[in-house]
Design a protein around this ligand. Structure first.
Ligand code: SER
Length: 316
């Protein structure tokens, strides 16, 4: 069997840092190249500084390592993106075009592109959002993801470039700090709880959103990339679901560990973004096509988050 050479773009981020470790353990440390514009902490193994807006720099890395699989995880997220819509559009789209073109020319075998629940918006069914439905997002991040999904589909049909994609719910992880998303309150809240501080939430108590624990999220990406080509019938992006909860429900789960934990609510512009997203997702297609199944619920995730953040807190 030919050895894979896997390039991760955005390896310093929330998905990228956990994915790097998992891919290294599955494919061998020498076969994974972690790249980002900078690293808070240099990962073990092969590592490249890469500004993915630089086409030539990307080409050089893909060509030098003879990359066979590429995960493109660099993007400006929903809430941060609203501060500078045109910059967000340019970054999210230009970097994806660089990835698509370099992958096509260097014959990368498989490309992973993360999409998001942010593709949904006006006129989407909010309960059990369907795989095929209206995609009229309200954020520039969402618009860039809808466009990205369509370009993924286009490159597959026109050039047979094997691009695979998942619409991620909000991702919960302890490895990195929140990075400008609307669902990031659900990560930030844990950092406050373990410091025994109160948390001011920028969403209303009953704002229910689809979420997923990091281990499920990266397993979904890896499983999709491992599926045979004929299993994949969706070339835009797959819906996946794991759990749905509101800030109030999350705070109640945390209170079991920190009975004095206090949450207050001060909704800001992110409330409108959250209100435009579905409460829950129909992931039948991912289940049927490549066997997707989530493993972590709110209670398990809460326990893992607290147990992993608590020791870190001791050293801060
Ligand atoms: N977690 C992302 C965000 O909130 C959605 O994909 O921006």
């Amino acid at each position: 069997m030919k050895a894979e050479k896997i390039l991760i773009i955005g390896a310093n981020g929330q998905l990228g840092s956990a994915l790097t470790v998992e891919l290294q353990s599955r494919f061998g440390i020498a076969n994974v190249i972690a790249s980002d514009i900078n690293f808070h902490k240099t990962p073990e193994g092969q590592c490249e500084i890469l500004d993915v807006t630089d086409y030539d720099a990307l080409y050089k890395i893909v060509n030098t390592y003879q990359v066979t699989q590429l995960y493109h995880l660099a993007a400006i997220l929903s809430a941060k993106g609203e501060a500078s819509p045109l910059k967000t559009w340019d970054f999210n789209i230009q970097t994806f075009f660089n990835v698509l073109e370099v992958s096509r020319l260097c014959k990368v075998e498989k490309v992973f592109f993360p999409s998001s629940i942010a593709v949904y918006g006006e006129h989407t069914q909010r309960v059990n959002a369907q795989q095929y439905t209206n995609l009229i997002p309200t954020t520039v991040y969402g618009i860039s993801k809808v466009a990205g999904e369509n370009w993924a589909n286009y490159y597959f049909r026109k050039y047979n470039l094997d691009v695979r994609s998942i619409r991620f719910p909000g991702v919960l992880s302890y490895q990195t700090l929140p990075g400008g998303g609307t669902t990031d309150y659900a990560v930030d809240i844990f950092h406050k709880a373990i410091k025994q501080e109160s948390f001011e939430c920028f969403l209303n108590p009953d704002t229910t959103l689809p979420m997923i624990y990091i281990t499920d999220a990266i397993r979904a990406a890896i499983d999709l990339m491992a599926a045979s080509t004929k299993q994949i019938t969706v070339r835009t992006s797959y819906n996946i679901a794991a759990m749905s909860f509101s800030p109030k429900q999350l705070s109640n789960a945390i209170s079991k560990y920190y009975p004095k934990f206090k949450i207050t609510y001060k909704p800001d512009f992110r409330q409108q973004i959250a209100d435009s997203w579905p409460i829950s997702i129909d992931d039948t297609k991912a289940k049927d096509d490549w066997g997707w199944k989530s493993e972590y619920n709110l209670e398990q995730t809460t326990e893992i988050m607290i147990n992993n953040l608590k020791p870190k807190q001791l050293f801060n």
